[in-house]
Design a protein around this ligand. Structure first.
Ligand code: HEC
Length: 170
């Protein structure tokens, strides 16, 4: 089929097979370019799911990290165990240290200043309220003597009890 243009030049209309082949080639080229990532999103490849062994490894790793963190936290707050030297020397120190540190540190004892009677009451309280094994006889006397001697009521230089009110001068 021939057409005659106004200018007189001849233009061939491409045949149907030619159009089909050219469109197919164009389509393949375009698809190839897209696959190569020239435009559009390249296809996402999902990683394969982890194997049970990999999961177990990750879990073990997380547990080890948690244990390490816990140990580090503990090391930060832990104090070295007390030794008997923290108590002032004197007869009955061994017995007192052994008996009293079963439940608490000696800090609570060392900060206290009581009369012998008050220490006596405190031992009863420790037994009745806190569950300390009853302390009787010579053993009780030994501990009481030690406590009363080592941690007596604080006295001011004049001999009277030290004022606990910091705003009072004595
Ligand atoms: C059976 C456990 C136990 C034993 C053993 C024990 N205590 Fe205690 N003690 C406690 C408890 C519990 C407290 C209360 C701590 C608190 O209130 O936080 C306490 C508190 C104290 C306090 C503080 C009381 C106050 O009101 O300020 C002193 C001082 C004390 N104990 C001295 C001793 C002495 C001295 C001994 C050894 C003769 C002793 N404890 C043995 C459990 C015990």
């Amino acid at each position: 089929m021939r057409q005659v243009k106004a200018s007189g030049a001849q233009v061939r209309t491409p045949s149907l097979p030619t159009v089909l082949v050219v469109s197919l080639i164009a389509a393949f080229v375009l698809l190839g370019l897209q696959k190569a990532g020239y435009w559009g999103q390249p296809e996402r490849v999902e990683p394969p799911p982890p194997t049970p062994a990999a999961l177990a490894f990750r879990r073990a790793q997380a547990e080890a990290e948690a244990a390490q963190a816990a140990a580090a936290r503990l090391a930060e707050v832990q104090q070295p165990a007390e030794t008997i030297e923290v108590l002032p020397e004197g007869e009955g120190r061994d017995a007192t240290f052994a008996l009293c540190t079963a439940c608490h540190s000696t800090a609570i004892i060392r900060r206290s200043r009581f009369s012998r009677e008050r220490w006596d009451e405190l031992l009863d309280w420790m037994t009745e309220v806190q569950g300390m094994a009853p302390l009787e006889g010579a053993a009780r006397e030994e501990v009481l003597d030690y406590l009363a001697r080592s941690f007596p009521p604080e006295t001011a230089p004049g001999g009277g009890r030290r004022a606990t009110n910091p705003f009072l001068n004595d």
